[in-house]
Design a protein around this ligand. Structure first.
Ligand code: NZQ
Ligand code: ZN
Length: 390
């Protein structure tokens, strides 16, 4: 286990009607003039928009709106947000949506205190030096963990890049997590979110650090919770218990609690970002295709014990009379079957993606250096995983 420091400053307000605390939270973090940011209209259809604006109006809180933030958010939305913030001297950003809206808002928060183009942060050309604007979140989709974490992933359609920008100061001030707000998430996005949560745990669980026993058991608990509740949430989108457990699992999967004390991998995420930077595919669907293939690629004599641990502890695979490799493969196959049961695509071909741009994708994936830590990947390894995923 490695040394670490920990700070998880986001206040989480979890449960039915937790939105009732919205004004209290905004006041607590000194929000006087607010940017209300959201996506393509789901919050208008499901009534969350009306609830938010009723609270803002009833409490005399000034706000301006930015709508239509797209999935895999584009840097143009971040620039638009910064413009509105400056024009109206706004001091607080309220993100109402899934990871795309939250990530774009984090970009705006940093961009508002920077003189240049916010895309510089993602290109690693600029470092955050000032204090970003505070961000509050009303989460509507269980998936990314962005509601309490330090990451912002933004695309640039013009250059076909999708890049992360991470900073501790990007963690939201508060997050309102009402499982009922996720009832209206369509089956496809519910499933993609479930895959994303599993993938976040994989990226931390498959680690070269020995002795992180507690972290591994916590990771297994998160994965087993998701596997346990996935069928219920797919069969009955308004199953409160299932939605609540998956929502909380999504937050725990990527607020760094599973990372402390160990090295993490993140290679598959970096490869997926290259896929969704070019093709119109949701992040979770891309991961459903890539992750089992990364597992098959990463499995060798050295890594096999970790895959055996995964198979036994997460999927209950019996090791009786089997070789380590057989047990490991069974766990990987169970992962694929699970993603299949969620109706996720299992090959790039199925998702309408061919190999014509693989070389460019692999090149970009390693632009900042080799990927991974559990299994280091250079450009040719990335290419091989992409080819395996066709
Ligand atoms: O845009 P609207 O109309 O709101 O519709 C959204 C969108 O079409 C819809 N939706 C969200 N909540 C809903 C709903 N529809 C009905 N009812 C609701 N309650 O779902 C669609 C997908 O939303 P999106 O925000 O894109 O999904 P998600 O939360 O999965 O976010 C994905 C983005 O986050 C990035 C991904 O790469 C991708 O760009 N990630 C961010 C991370 C982070 N910040 O730490 C880590 C992740 O690994 C990931 O890379
Ligand atoms: Zn992810």
């Amino acid at each position: 286990m490695l040394n670490f420091t920990m700070s998880l400053p986001t206040e989480v307000c979890f449960g039915k009607d937790s939105i009732d605390k919205l004004a209290e939270y905004i006041n607590k973090f000194n929000g006087k003039r607010i940017l209300l940011a959201y996506g393509g209209g789901s919050i208008i259809k499901n009534g969350i928009y009306d609830k938010i604006t009723a609270i803002l109006n009833a409490n005399g809180i000034f706000y301006k709106e930015l709508s239509d933030i797209k999935p895999n958010p584009d840097i143009s939305s971040v620039r638009d947000g910064v413009k509105i913030i400056r024009e109206h001297e706004l001091d607080f950003i309220l993100a109402a949506g899934g990871g795309s809206v939250i990530d774009a808002c984090k970009g705006m928060a940093a961009g508002a205190v920077y003189d240049g183009d916010p895309w510089d942060f993602y290109l690693r050309k600029a470092k955050l030096t000032g204090t970003p604007l505070p961000v509050g979140v009303i989460l509507t989709l269980a998936a990314t963990g962005s509601e309490t974490n330090w990451g912002s992933i933004v695309s640039n359609a013009k250059t076909e890049r999708k890049l992360p920008f991470r900073h501790e100061l990007l963690r939201p001030k508060f997050a309102v997590l009402d499982p009922c707000f996720t009832y209206s998430v369509p089956a496809y996005h519910t499933a993609a979110g479930i895959v994303d949560i599993m993938a976040h745990v994989f990226e931390q669980y498959f680690s070269p650090t020995d002795g992180a026993f507690l972290s591994d058991r916590l990771s297994e608990a998160v994965m087993k919770t998701v596997i346990h509740y996935a069928p219920a949430v797919m069969a009955d989108p308004e199953n409160y218990e299932a939605r609540a457990n998956i929502l909380w699992a999504g937050t725990l999967a990527l607020n760094q609690i599973l990372t402390y004390g160990k090295m993490t991998d993140w290679a598959t995420h970096m490869i997926e970002h290259e896929v969704s930077a070019i093709y119109d595919i949701s992040h979770g669907a891309g991961l459903a295709i890539l992750f089992p293939n990364w597992m098959r690629f990463a499995l060798d004599e050295d890594t096999q014990p970790k895959f055996v641990e995964y198979s036994k502890n997460v999927w209950g695979v019996s090791a009786d009379g089997k070789t380590g490799f057989e047990v490991a493969h069974e766990g990987i196959d169970r992962t694929t079957e699970f993603f299949k049961s969620l109706n996720m695509p299992l090959t790039l071909t199925e998702a309408g993606i061919d190999g014509s741009r693989f070389d460019e994708m692999a090149e970009k994936a390693v632009a900042f250096g080799d990927l991974g830590s559990f299994r280091k990947l250079g450009k040719n390894d990335v290419l091989e995983i992409l080819i395996m995923s066709l």
